[in-house]
Design a protein around this ligand. Structure first.
Ligand code: PBG
Length: 322
């Protein structure tokens, strides 16, 4: 414990504090749907909404007023198909959403989630061969095509969340070939097969129709396997690496941080959000728990946090970080 003389008032506590949260640390996830005049609360994620394109500008303006500078977009189209066509359609939901955000606020930094599960009728992140194994080439080609369509629409960064082997290298090459050398890639490098994604799958309508994602996501019991994945993404050219979920995996964040000097991100996922929000709203925990969860993720080594609490952060900082 710090000596009492370093704890005796607010000023000295602020001076010796090792970690602080700022609005530059957080990325806010947004779910965009087809249709018009939709701002509907996602039942599994209180306070988070599905937006149709026409209702997006008002939300972007609100985010800007709150000081949020970074968003990650998820597209939730009405129609999915076996080829995942809505993922790479020039006028797909996510491509249109990127254009709307950029038209509303050109300074808003737009990251696109890059995966197929939201666009593919079976809800899986990849294509399969007839024998049930993953069709890597077809999956990677479709992901690259999707990424290019997102960047053409104006995305500033792409975040592949698919977990295919070799996905970062293949994506880097495709982006470079298309002339997008300056677009960074944030890899969902250590992505665990987690029950904490439950509320998101309702939000993104992306629960797999058969099986689960254990064929391509990692066993929560394993750290070495996760670190290996992080290492591979770094070797393949990721600019930012990510660990997901965040709070139950702080050890992975801390260890991954030691592997390189790349910026580290952590995704505080839907289940973490629902759990904390629910407990605080039920009066079981003080709201300070929200701040604590975020600061601990940063302390563990993530300087970037994708969080559904981004809109609460200005208030949390004001109350608990002074
Ligand atoms: C896949 C993706 C998922 C999340 C982000 N990207 C779901 C999954 O892997 O099943 C989860 C995010 C969350 O739970 O908040 N495109």
């Amino acid at each position: 414990m710090l000596p009492t003389r370093l704890r005796k008032n607010k000023n000295i506590r602020n001076l010796v504090r090792e970690t602080e949260l700022t609005m530059n640390d957080v990325i806010y996830p947004l779910f965009v749907v087809d249709g018009t005049n939709i701002k509907t609360e996602i039942p599994s994620m209180k306070g988070q909404y599905h937006f149709s394109l026409d209702r997006l500008p008002e939300e972007i303006a609100e985010l800007r007023d709150l000081g949020i500078r970074f968003v990650i977009l998820f597209g939730v189209p009405d129609d999915k198909d076996e080829l995942a066509t809505p993922a790479f359609d020039r006028d797909g939901i996510i491509q249109k959403a990127v254009r709307v955000v950029k038209d509303t606020d050109p300074d808003m930094y737009v990251i696109t989630d890059l995966c197929l599960c939201e666009y593919k009728s079976d809800g899986h992140c990849c294509f399969f061969n007839t024998d049930g194994t993953i069709d890597r080439k077809r999956s990677l080609d479709t992901l690259s095509r999707t990424a290019i369509s997102q960047v053409e629409a104006g995305a500033d960064m792409v975040a592949p969340s698919d977990m295919m082997d070799g996905h970062i290298a293949s994506l880097r090459e495709a982006l470079d070939d298309a002339g997008y050398e300056s677009i960074p890639i944030m890899g969902y490098s250590a992505k665990f097969a987690s029950a904490f994604y439950g509320p998101f799958r309702e939000a993104a309508n992306s629960a797999p129709a058969f099986g689960d994602r254990r064929a391509y996501q990692m066993d929560p019991a394993n750290a070495d396997e996760a670190l290996k994945e992080v290492e591979l993404d770094i070797e393949e050219g990721a600019d930012i690496v990510m660990v997901k979920p965040a709070m139950p995996y702080l050890d992975i964040i801390a260890k991954a941080k030691e592997l390189s000097y790349l910026p580290m991100a952590a995704y505080q996922v839907s289940g973490e959000f629902a759990m904390l929000r629910g407990a605080v709203d039920a009066g079981l925990m003080d709201e300070r728990a929200l701040y604590e969860a975020l600061i601990c993720i940063k302390r563990a080594g993530a300087t970037i946090i994708i969080t559904y609490f981004a809109k609460d952060l200005p208030e949390l900082i004001r109350k608990y970080q002074s």
